[in-house]
Design a protein around this ligand. Structure first.
Ligand code: PRP
Ligand code: URA
Length: 210
């Protein structure tokens, strides 16, 4: 249906996502689950990264063995909730560079409002993985990706936990070159721009700020 979209249907991802959706799940468990699920999603979003053979010496002999090619990856966290995915991904790729894109949704207009932006140099030579648990209207993701492109990024992927069909359509129209990887494609947005059935407000559930 959406050719830019990959839904990660691994049983462990789906199981943890169900626990996260449950409104009875505590803030502490929600954060732990998000970190765990980010390890599994990171595995999926980095599938297909280019490798190159290097020469190493095992205790037995010299060999040619594969390593990631090119400059270090860049993870771009869309604040606040993106940090929940970021932390687990950095566990798997500790050498990755990190961009922070501070955005919040205006509750009335649902437009993304920027409050912070800092990205590493050399984005044009890096694979950039933008992370945010929620893709609702896609206003936040589109603006974040605009900014990363203005900083020189050309190879960008977007990783989230839940996507609404409306958000997938909008992000694909705004940035057709950006693949979207998600753990689930939900049913719709409600009149307030929340994902249905969703999991509520990701930032609030992560940090207990409701
Ligand atoms: C949430 C979420 C996304 C955005 C998604 O952030 O983490 O960034 O909403 O909605 P959209 O696709 O309609 O733009 P929020 O604005 O609540 O900020 P927070 O992460 O600081 O809580
Ligand atoms: N942001 C969230 O945190 N949750 C939604 O359902 C939509 C946007």
């Amino acid at each position: 249906m959406h050719e830019n979209l990959t839904v990660v249907d691994h049983p462990l991802v789906q199981h943890k996502l169900t626990l996260m959706r449950d409104k009875k799940t505590s803030t502490a468990s929600f954060r732990r689950l998000l970190r765990e699920i980010s390890l599994l999603l990171c595995y999926e979003v980095t599938r297909g990264l280019e490798l190159e053979d290097v020469t190493i010496e095992t205790p037995m002999q010299k060999m040619q063995a594969p390593k990631l090619k090119g400059k270090k990856l860049c993870f771009a966290s869309i604040l606040r909730a993106g940090n929940g995915l970021l932390e687990g991904m950095l566990d798997l790729v500790p050498s990755a560079r990190v961009a922070h894109v501070g955005l919040y949704r205006d509750h009335d207009t649902l437009e993304a409002v920027e409050y912070y932006y800092k990205a590493p140099g050399g984005l044009g030579n890096r694979v950039v993985i933008a992370v945010d648990p929620m893709l609702a209207t896609a206003n936040s993701a589109s603006l974040a990706i605009d900014k990363l492109k203005r900083s020189g990024a050309t190879d960008i992927r977007f990783l989230c936990l839940l996507a609404a069909p409306e958000g997938v359509k909008a992000l694909t129209e705004a940035h057709p070159d950006v693949p979207i990887i998600t753990a689930a494609l939900d049913e719709k947005l409600n009149e307030k721009g929340y994902i249905i059935p969703g999991l509520g407000d990701a930032g609030d559930r992560m940090y207990g700020t409701k």
